[in-house]
Design a protein around this ligand. Structure first.
Ligand code: ATP
Ligand code: MG
Length: 343
C-alpha cells in the first residue's frame, strides 16, 4: 500500500500526533528534556525549571503549557525581578475598584489572568521575602483576594517557575522560604547548556536563520563558520547564538556568513562582558547598509550599559544611577540586550 494518497494521509496523521515543541535539538540530552516536558504537560504539578541564561527555560515553560490540557487558556509570564516591590501585591493579586485613588475599576492580577491556565514565575529567586509569604498562602489555599477587597476568589492556576540560580542555595542562605521552595520545586526540569550539546548547533543555526528570513533574506553559513560556532563555549547559550547570527547576517556579504563574520572585533560579544579584565570593546566601523541601523543602535546601547556596569564594578544600582535610568529599566535592558555580569 504505497499509493501517493496513502502517503499524504500518513504525513497528515503524523502531523496531528507528533507533539509540537518550540524547544529544538536532536542531541540525547535535548531529547530527554523533551520527553520529560511531555510527561510534565500531562499533569498539573508545579515545575521548577533550571538552566543557564539563554538555555531555553521560558521556551520550555511555554512548551509545557501548550502541550497541556490548559493550552487554550492563558500563559502568563512574570519576571519576578522586574516588578517594583511596592506594586507586587496589586500586580499579582489585582486591585478592587476604589482600593486607592485612581483605582476606578476592578483590575485583575496575574493570578486571575492565568485562571485555568499557567502562571510562569521567571527569576523566582528574586521574589522578595514579603511576597514569598503571600504567594505561598495563595498557592496553599487556591484563592486570591484583590487589594482592597474583602472577598476571596478561587483560582485554578498551574505554576511553573524558573531561575538560573540554585534555589536550594537561596534557601540555605535564608533568602528563599523553605516552605515555598517545597511547594514550587515539586519536579525539577534541567535544561542543558549549549556547550553540552554542540551537535545541535547546525540544526539550531538553520532554524534561527529561518526565523530571520523575512528581515535579512536567505543566509547560509560556511563550513568554517559552523566549525567556529561548534568550538565556541556560548556562556549566553542559544540566545547568544541567536544574537551572533542576527549580527553576522547583517554584516554578511551575498548572504553567506563566514567564520570571520561571526565575532567581528568591532562589536562586543557576550564573552567580553563575562570578563571584566578585558579592555572595553569599541564600537567599530559603521556598516554601510542602512538596514542595520537598529543593530548599530543596539550595539551602542549595549556598550553604554556594559561600560557603566564595569565602572560600577557590576553594582547594578550604581550603574543605573550613572546611566540616569531606573534599576528596573537597567534590568530590563540587560535582559533584552543579553548582558550578564561575571559570576
Ligand atoms: N532549544 C531551543 N530551540 C530553539 N530556540 C531556543 C532553544 N533554547 C533557547 N532558544 C531561543 O533562545 C532564546 C532564549 O531562550 P529563553 O528566553 O527561553 O531562555 P532563558 O533560559 O529563559 O534565558 P534567561 O535565563 O536569560 O531568561 C529565545 O529566543 C529562544 O527562542
Ligand atoms: Mg528567561
Amino acid at each position: 500500500m504505497n499509493s501517493p494518497g496513502h502517503e499524504v494521509l500518513n504525513a497528515f496523521a503524523a502531523d496531528v500526533v507528533a507533539p509540537m515543541f518550540s524547544l529544538l535539538g536532536d542531541s540525547p540530552v535535548m531529547q530527554a528534556a523533551r520527553e520529560q516536558i511531555l510527561k510534565l504537560a500531562a499533569s498539573s504539578v508545579p515545575v521548577a525549571i533550571y538552566g543557564e541564561s539563554g538555555s531555553g527555560k521560558e521556551l520550555a515553560a511555554r512548551d509545557i503549557h501548550s502541550l497541556s490540557a490548559r493550552s487554550q487558556q492563558a500563559f502568563v509570564p512574570v519576571n519576578c525581578g522586574a516588578i517594583p516591590e511596592s506594586l507586587m501585591e496589586s500586580e499579582f493579586f489585582g486591585v478592587r475598584r476604589g482600593a486607592f485613588t485612581g483605582a476606578t475599576e476592578d483590575r485583575p492580577g496575574f493570578f486571575q489572568a492565568a485562571h485555568r491556565g499557567t502562571l510562569f514565575l521567571d527569576e523566582i529567586a528574586e521574589l522578595p521575602l514579603s511576597m514569598q509569604v503571600k504567594l505561598l498562602r495563595v498557592i496553599q489555599e487556591g484563592k486570591v483576594r484583590k487589594l482592597g477587597s474583602a472577598r476571596e476568589e478561587p483560582v485554578d492556576v498551574r505554576i511553573l517557575c524558573a531561575t538560573h540560580l540554585p534555589l536550594a542555595q537561596a534557601v540555605q542562605q535564608r533568602a528563599f522560604r523553605q516552605d515555598l521552595y517545597y511547594r514550587l520545586n515539586v519536579i525539577e526540569l534541567r535544561l542543558p547548556s549549549l556547550r553540552e550539546r554542540r551537535e545541535d548547533i547546525p540544526l539550531l543555526c538553520e532554524a534561527l536563520l529561518r526565523r530571520q528570513l523575512k528581515r535579512v533574506g536567505p543566509v547560509t553559513l560556511t563550513a568554517e563558520a559552523v566549525a567556529a560556532l561548534k568550538a565556541h563555549d556560548f556562556p549566553g547559550n542559544v540566545r547568544e547564538l541567536e544574537n551572533m547570527l542576527e549580527r553576522a547576517a547583517a554584516f554578511a556579504s551575498n548572504g553567506v556568513i563566514g567564520a570571520e563574520d561571526l565575532m567581528p572585533r568591532s562589536l562586543p560579544s557576550c564573552a567580553a562582558v563575562s570578563c571584566p579584565q578585558e579592555p572595553s570593546a569599541e564600537i567599530g566601523p559603521v556598516p554601510a547598509d542602512t538596514s542595520s541601523f537598529a543593530l548599530r543602535v543596539r550595539a551602542f546601547e549595549r556598550q553604554l550599559i556594559i561600560d557603566a556596569l564595569r565602572e560600577a564594578r557590576f553594582r547594578r544600582a550604581r550603574a543605573a544611577e550613572r546611566l540616569g535610568i531606573s534599576l528596573r529599566q537597567l534590568r530590563y535592558r540587560m535582559q533584552r540586550l543579553d548582558i550578564h555580569e561575571p559570576d
